[in-house]
Design a protein around this ligand. Structure first.
Ligand code: FES
Length: 265
């Protein structure tokens, strides 16, 4: 039998409990699992539903189907043309969704969240891990997390596309107008920008890797701005999951005729 490791190694003080913490340390990982599984279940359903993603009257397009590039997309919803085959297993936004998934999967905050809550590595500070071996991110596949910056570049382009969608939504079938859907779409886009620009790779790219800030005053300003956003990166990660689901749900309900859009003018 292999020798005990970690807190049970022969050289360590003899404490048999996994942790001596008396607080409810398991709440954060439990909430993380619940939140992420619920969101993924909802998003998967909506992405493959391939219905009620576009409100022709007000030009609302859900971010879950943007950009709509499948031959199945209805006229008007496809702002960048259609070139992918219409298939039940191919989401209408099959170009952007895998990149966004990789962006969030390799995000430094989400890595912390799922390494802790799904992989229990560690489940919480000062709570012993169930694993015998630990190689961190030194081997395949986890070494690929280092490519996060490339998914950040893709996310920048997709956030620009979401911004374009939100602007187009002010120009409905009857011309210019504003409804609750516009407020929700714009709010979502603002939050998406906050999340994308608060990325740790963005902080590194804008100025984090410089040695002398005094020689790069503009990049120093950018870095200062991004650093302020970056302190809230975890909050933006969760807020944007909420605003994405809310935006999609609102458009789903209006598109399906369950309720109509609240118009301001
Ligand atoms: S670190 Fe979270 S998006 Fe880049």
């Amino acid at each position: 039998m292999a020798a005990p490791t970690g807190t049970q190694a022969p050289s360590r003080a003899r404490i048999t409990e996994r942790t001596l913490r008396t607080d409810r340390w398991w709440i954060t990982p439990a909430l993380t699992v619940t939140g992420l599984v619920a969101w993924l279940a909802y998003a998967t359903f909506r992405v493959f539903q391939q219905a009620d993603y576009w409100v022709a009257e007000h030009h609302y397009l859900t971010p879950f189907s943007s950009p709509c590039v499948s031959n199945g997309c209805v006229d008007g919803a496809a702002h960048f043309g259609t070139f992918l085959p219409d298939h039940p297993l191919l989401p209408y936004a099959a170009l952007s969704l895998p990149l966004l998934l990789l962006f969030r999967l390799t995000c430094y905050y989400y890595r912390k969240a799922y390494y802790r809550s799904f992989w229990l590595s560690p489940p919480a500070c000062a709570v012993a891990e169930p694993h015998r071996r630990y190689t961190g991110e030194t081997r395949l596949p986890l070494i690929l997390q280092n490519a996060h910056r490339y998914t950040f570049y893709a996310a920048l382009i997709i956030t620009l596309i979401n911004t374009y969608d939100a602007i187009l939504a002010f120009d409905g079938a009857d011309g210019f107008g504003v409804g609750l859907g516009n407020v929700i779409l714009v709010g979502n886009v603002v939050m998406l920008w906050c999340y994308t620009l608060s990325c740790h790779s963005c902080r590194h790219i804008t100025g984090g890797r410089l040695r002398s800030f005094s020689r790069h005053p503009i990049r120093y300003r950018w870095w200062t701005f991004v650093s302020k956003l970056n302190t809230r990166h975890m909050q933006f990660a969760w807020i944007t999951l909420g605003t994405l689901a809310l935006t999609d749900f609102y458009i789903w309900m209006v598109a399906s005729g369950t309720w109509s859009d609240l118009r301001f003018f």
